[in-house]
Design a protein around this ligand. Structure first.
Ligand SMILES: Nc1nc2c(ncn2[C@@H]2O[C@H](COP(=O)(O)OP(=O)(O)OP(=O)(O)O)[C@@H](O)[C@H]2O)c(=O)[nH]1
Length: 289
């Protein structure tokens, strides 16, 4: 519970305090709130929308109401209601896909579920090696092939293996070469089609990994992925390393996709379920406390 605000929003809170000061306050002038929210990388239009509804001097309670009003995100519960429940993990290189897959595997394993990984980012040898290392550390099976081989085949084999072994959850990595949209689209579509051949209900969740340190600029990338393959939910990584936590408002608002989890560190346990109220509470702490 505390992980999100403590670890995930620390730098964002510092950014807010750099504008409003760090002493405790009952009320804040609205132009300072405006400046602080922009400093934390909350989208300009969203900030204006909020500011227009505020009086000159704003209490914490009032701002809380307005932040909650403007920030409407779809529900983010994941019900594991099928077997093997398949996650397809997509996103640009470096966004934190591999680390996030390890975190998801760790989470499900610690809930008593069995997990298998699929190394379908066959574009780079390093991606396969990195995921293999995580599989060893976490003691979960992995399906992989040589660099350059067909990612759809790895996807098929992963799901088939999960079925054969009665494994609860399959998590499949993919390559994220965004500079060639057509290739990426073809590859992802093929992976999805082949996943369905392995198991008609797969993939159950296509999850987009977004690098939180990129702030609002990651949104256009996200829109491309949403357009080419469809996305069921997002995970925002590296929140601990950025002062741009306000971008979560923008990401949630613009994409209208469930924010499933946020990454708050590099260790397998550094994954927190996103909670809208906790997030808003963290922003308010940065401003008022
Ligand atoms: N601080 C912090 N670092 C993270 C988080 N998630 C990932 N990272 C780091 O970000 C870097 C990139 O993560 P990867 O998981 O390798 O990213 P990827 O998208 O798989 O990238 P490629 O392997 O290049 O495709 C690594 O150094 C991770 O340790 C997070 O939530 N917090």
């Amino acid at each position: 519970m505390l992980g999100f605000i403590k670890k995930g929003l620390n730098k964002t809170k510092e950014a807010l305090k750099s504008v409003v000061g760090s002493e405790k306050k009952e009320k804040l002038p609205k132009d300072l709130i405006e400046e602080a929210l922009l400093e934390a990388d909350m989208d300009y239009d969203l900030v204006e929308k909020i500011i227009n509804r505020l009086p000159e001097e704003v209490t914490k309670e009032k701002l809380k109401k307005e932040l909650a009003w403007v920030f409407s995100v779809p529900k983010n519960d994941i019900e594991i209601n099928d077997k093997p429940f398949t996650f397809l993990i997509i996103g640009v290189n470096g966004a934190g896909k591999t680390t996030t897959i390890a975190k998801l595997a760790h989470k499900f394993k610690s809930e008593g579920k069995s997990v298998i990984l699929g190394a379908a980012d066959t574009f780079r040898a390093a991606a396969i090696e990195q995921l293999t290392k995580w599989a060893e550390i976490l003691d979960v099976p992995i399906v992989k092939t040589k660099q350059g081989h067909d990612p759809a085949a790895v996807t098929y084999d992963t799901i088939a293996s999960a079925k054969a072994k009665g494994i609860d959850i399959a998590i499949i990595d993919t390559a994220g070469r965004l500079h060639n949209k057509v290739n990426l689209q073809n590859e992802l579509k093929k992976i999805v089609n082949v996943a369905k051949k392995a198991y008609e209900n797969a993939p159950h969740k296509i999850v987009l990994i977004i690098d939180g340190t990129q702030g609002s600029s990651a949104i256009n990338q996200a829109k491309v992925f949403k357009e080419i393959v469809g996305v069921d939910g997002v995970i925002i990584t590296k929140l601990d390393g950025t002062a741009k936590g306000g971008s979560i408002f923008t990401i949630g608002h613009e994409l209208q996709l469930p924010i499933l989890f946020v990454g708050v560190g590099e260790k397998p346990e550094d994954l927190v379920k996103f909670d809208k109220n906790e997030f808003i509470e963290g922003i308010l702490e940065g401003l008022y406390d």
